[in-house]
Design a protein around this ligand. Structure first.
Ligand code: ADP
Ligand code: MG
Length: 247
């Protein structure tokens, strides 16, 4: 376990273009171990791109990214280590449809971490129980609700014992009545000390759980503050306009 409060992720002067489109502009920031950061910003501002660069689902053009001392670059041996340390939860769950809940959660620890089937399944069972799905362990994804599938996806990420979990709009694809059960699991995780970066439009979660809110505006970090400050007296006009649109 990385000591709480130490720098876990460093982003230094990072730029990203898609063709002529300059999507991230000289982004620099640090994420500390144990910190929960909520990332806000309008659609197209670069939030997903920023998250995806942290586990090399997207390359960066310039600047430097370090995750727990691992330089994020083309070195494929480093990449495997990086992906094991940086878990990601997507809007669309991305479970393996032909595998059961248990198999979905146990697969990567066996393949990547080299655990025996028994070890991997024991760990998976514990995590599936933690997200409240012990009764569904032998079902396939199609037999579960969206909220249940997303909780399986969270358990699957945790099974790799990552140092940090990235969430990209984890509740945006869910029916409203299922949002709470997923946010509750995320809150429980945050309280357990997990380092989390969460792109979401759930302002209640941001206020209650975040240590810090990052606001991205047209590819730049335009605000970086604790939630009470961010949602309080806001002197940044772009932030006020954004909050005015979504609150
Ligand atoms: P957000 O998650 O904040 O909505 P994204 O990071 O997904 O924003 O996208 C930022 C910008 O980059 C958008 O204009 C988007 O269309 C563009 N973009 C993202 N991914 C690609 C890609 N693979 N190819 C071309 N343009 C992309
Ligand atoms: Mg996005």
């Amino acid at each position: 376990m990385t000591t709480a409060g130490t720098d876990l992720i460093t982003v230094e002067g990072v730029n990203k273009h898609f063709g002529a489109h300059h999507v991230l502009k000289d982004v620099s920031t640090t994420f500390r171990a144990g910190e929960v950061t909520v990332i806000l910003g309008a659609s197209g501002s670069g939030k997903s791109t920023l998250l995806r660069m942290l586990n090399r689902l997207e390359t960066h053009d310039s600047g430097r990214i370090l995750v727990d001392g691992i330089e994020v670059n083309d070195d494929t041996r480093q990449l495997e280590k990086l992906r094991a340390e940086v878990g990601m939860v997507f809007q669309q769950f991305n479970l393996f449809p032909h595998l059961t809940v248990l198999e979905n959660v146990a697969l990567a620890p066996r393949r990547v971490r080299g655990l025996s089937r028994a070890e991997a399944e024991a760990r998976a069972t514990e995590l599936i129980t933690r997200v409240g799905l012990a009764d569904h362990i032998h079902k396939h994804p199609f037999q579960l609700s969206g909220g249940q599938q997303q909780r399986v996806a969270i358990a699957r990420s945790l099974a790799m014992q990552p140092k940090v979990l990235l969430f990209d709009e984890p509740t945006s694809a869910l029916d409203p009545e299922m949002v709470k059960e997923v946010l509750d699991v995320m809150k429980q995780l945050a309280r357990s000390g997990m380092t989390m970066l969460v792109v979401t439009h759930e302002m209640g979660f941001a206020r209650e759980v975040a240590d810090r809110v990052l606001f991205i505006d047209q590819g730049r970090i335009a605000a970086d503050a604790p939630p009470d400050v961010f949602f309080g007296r806001q002197d940044n006009e772009r932030v006020r306009a954004f909050l005015g649109r979504i609150l």
